[in-house]
Write a protein that binds this ligand. Sequence first.
Ligand code: FES
Length: 111
Amino acid sequence: MIRVRFVSADGTRTTEAEAPPGMTLLDLAQNKDQPLEGTCEGQMACSTCHVIVDAADFARLPRASDDEEDMLDLAAGVSRTSRLACQIILDDGLDGLTVRMPGESRNMQGR
Ligand code: FES
């Protein structure tokens, strides 16, 4: 199993989780009641699955695709280590991953 730690947006709460290899980070987060909508269910069309990866763990992730980067540009509260959780497939190399929820969710109206 791959252990993942979810940290709340304000940093005060952590949730420990375990996933079998091949599960996406988004599915695991939703199983653990993390506040990620994942509206488009992994189609890279919404950015509501945005998470901020711990800087110490970021280099362990495969690079984001151009499509993912484009979608992250639209997400609220992005940081240098932001990723889309639906695009992260958990494997043994990611054991111990820590990710934080972004601080605000984007209102798609009014753009
Ligand atoms: Fe929509 Fe990840 S679920 S981009």
